[in-house]
Design a protein around this ligand. Structure first.
Ligand SMILES: Nc1ncnc2c1ncn2[C@@H]1O[C@H](COP(=O)(O)OP(=O)(O)O)[C@@H](O)[C@H]1O
Ligand SMILES: [Mg+2]
Length: 307
């Protein structure tokens, strides 16, 4: 659905995005993670045909970004929630949406129904006829999301969709995105909210000018060291740590009360060896699990390692 190859954007001497190559499948939710200034917004702006790449290209729903008149055709099949909502503040939410519905070529009748449906979906129905100047940041953000969804786009781009939203608005926006995902919309979002990425995204990529790594939120942490096993036993047992240290793949360990944490090179296959050794030593085990760093720890390690 989105095939990005060698996408690069320079601003004068500064390279904001360098040689980005990535495929996003139809119906996938892909999250671009990265610190401030990493090039997330620049990437989203290139992909939604708002700014031209310096080199490289992307094909979206069959249209090459760099082909003639691509912008118009791409904008018809994508929706964009940009960094700033950019509403006409003297107009009401409904009027803003009516204005854009007309631009998208929706008939007045279809537009009316679709707008009512979206205002309802985003909890804006009762405020829909108030000037958006009087709206909170979260409400404006939701109007902007409604605008991005008016024409039922196949691909939805969202630039930090929940940044600055209160927990209720953020929850509503995430639920709407989960609903769109179930309906098969391809979603490409940028965020630095890692729990959000973990909840919404099938795969995430960590960007810092270059795409540093890509994987599922579960598998990325498994690729880095720092995982291990955690074990607990009935009180009264004291493990022989020297024997445990001889287990292949075992690293540093900490014991406290009736609990042990041991670093393992491959927790998925090494945990059983630790269990076997503890049993051999006479432990009555009450708990054993493999442990992996969180996506947040992984992110901090990858970004930190680049500095
Ligand atoms: N229009 C522009 N002109 C000059 N520099 C820009 C412009 N847009 C972005 N940049 C620079 O490109 C880099 C990436 O910015 P951006 O894509 O906004 O990052 P992010 O969204 O990840 O915070 C930053 O160093 C930013 O200052
Ligand atoms: Mg940004």
């Amino acid at each position: 659905m989105i095939e990005i190859s060698g996408l690069t954007r320079r601003f004068g001497d500064l390279t904001a995005v360098e040689d980005l190559t990535l495929s996003v499948q139809s119906g996938e939710c892909f999250g671009l993670l990265g610190p401030n200034g990493a090039g997330k917004t620049t990437t989203v702006r290139m992909l939604s045909a708002l700014i031209a790449p310096t080199s490289g290209t992307a094909v979206l729903a069959g249209v090459d970004l760099t082909s003639p008149n691509a912008g118009e055709r791409i904008r018809a099949s994508i929706g964009l929630l940009a960094e700033n909502p950019g509403l006409y503040e003297s107009l009401t939410a409904r009027e803003n949406l009516e204005f854009y519905a007309e631009l998208y070529g929706l008939t007045a009748h279809v537009a009316k129904e679709r707008i009512a449906e979206l205002l309802d979906l985003l909890d804006l129905a009762k405020d829909g006829d108030r000037a958006t100047a009087t709206y909170s940041k979260g409400m404006k953000q939701k109007v902007a999301l409604a605008r991005a969804l008016l024409h039922r786009p196949k691909i939805l781009f969202l630039d930090e969709p929940t940044s600055g939203l209160d927990p209720f608005s953020a929850r509503r926006v995430k639920d709407v995105l989960l609903g769109l995902k179930r309906e098969g919309t391809t979603i490409f979002l940028s965020t630095h909210n890692l729990p959000e990425a973990e909840e919404l995204c099938d795969r995430v990529g960590i960007l810092r000018r270059k795409l540093l790594t890509v994987g599922t939120p579960k598998e990325l942490p498994r690729r880095l060291p720092g995982g291990g096993g955690r074990f607990r036993w009935m009180a009264g047992f004291h493990p022989d740590q020297q024997a445990l240290a001889r287990i292949p793949g075992a690293g540093r360990m900490r014991t406290q009360n009736s609990e042990l944490f041991v670093e393992l090179d491959d927790p998925g296959t090494r945990v059983p060896s630790v269990v076997a050794e503890l049993l051999r030593q006479g432990a009555q085990i009450t708990y054993a699990s493999e442990e992996h760093p969180t996506l947040e720890e992984t992110y901090l390690k990858i970004i930190g390692g680049e500095q």
